[in-house]
Design a protein. Structure first.
Length: 297
């Protein structure tokens, strides 16, 4: 397996696709860092992650394209079949590919997350070190999970073009589902309540009024259980939990809804790493299991 791994690393690091992915990831990281810094908010009571997830997702997509195209070439030019003929087991071939692409994904992640963290440094210095480490770990493992899913998809499909399209589509579908459900999942406000609204009359006088509002993201009962289940089963949920992470330095005087939101955020971050690891194990098991029975003729 060591020889296979070495040969795959050489091919990855010599591929222009890998360096193109690095450039895309670095640019997205710089843009995200700039976004975090430019839209800096004085967070005295509630500290929350200021990054825009689309830039990190774009780096994920760059990693998906890199892995799918480089691995797909192993199928298209017959190299992978040659490894099996030479006596290497299918498990060893899969493991070597997963390890090699994990290292390239790590590089893609580093060039993306470094400028992002620099841009949000005013947040990093105000949260506990343990939370900062957990946040970076969840982000990294999410990148690696998406990469491992791409590896498994490519080994199952065995086609460069279809493997790329399928892996890319899966990530898009998971994110789309999350976009439809995140408002309901992260909502902690009551079904209805009163909010203070400033009103300016025609004569120029300004006064405040208490107006009744209805929370359109409020769900309960079976609907809430389904939303929670979807969140736990979505491979991108841990990544989004990191993007939506919250922390309250001083909980004195905070309203119940905000305290509940932070409590939920802490629980999500605590379960994020186990969720990613479980998904990774499932993706690897599925990929190896199908590939071992796949006819490559």
């Amino acid at each position: 397996m060591r020889d296979i791994l070495r040969s795959r690393l050489v091919k990855y690091f010599r591929s222009p696709i890998f360096y193109a992915a690095l450039i895309v990831s670095a640019v997205c990281g710089v843009l995200n860092g700039y976004y975090c810094g430019y839209f800096k908010i004085d967070m005295t009571d509630l500290i929350y992650c200021p990054m825009d997830d689309i830039w990190a997702l774009s780096a994920m997509w760059a990693a998906v394209v890199c892995t799918a195209l480089c691995l797909g070439r192993e199928f298209s030019d017959g190299t992978l079949r040659g490894k099996l003929i030479a006596g290497h087991s299918r498990t060893a071939v899969y493991a070597a590919e997963a390890a090699a692409s994990a290292l390239t994904t790590l590089c893609i992640f580093i060039v993306n997350i470094t400028p992002t963290v620099i841009g949000m440094s005013y947040i990093v210095v105000r949260i506990p070190l343990s939370l900062a480490v957990k946040w970076v770990t969840v982000m990294l493992l999410s990148f690696e999970l998406i990469n491992l899913m791409t590896v498994s998809v490519c080994f199952i499909i065995g086609s460069r073009s279809f493997g790329l399209v399928t892996a890319f589509a899966l990530l898009f579908v998971f994110y789309t589902i999350f976009c439809f459900t995140n408002g309901y999942y992260y909502n902690t406000a009551p079904k209805e309540g009163y909010d203070t609204v400033t009103i300016e009359e025609d004569n120029g006088e300004v006064h405040e009024e208490q107006m009744l509002f209805y929370n359109r993201y409020y769900v309960d009962g079976l609907a809430k259980k389904l939303i929670n289940a979807e969140h736990m089963l979505n491979p991108l949920s841990a990544f989004e939990d990191a993007v939506c992470a919250e922390y309250i330095p001083d909980k004195t005087g905070m309203d119940e809804s905000t305290l509940l939101s932070e409590k939920r955020s802490a629980a999500d971050m605590n379960s994020a790493i186990p969720r990613v690891l479980i998904w990774s194990a499932a993706a690897a098991a599925l990929g190896i299991g199908v590939f071992k029975r796949k006819d490559l003729k």
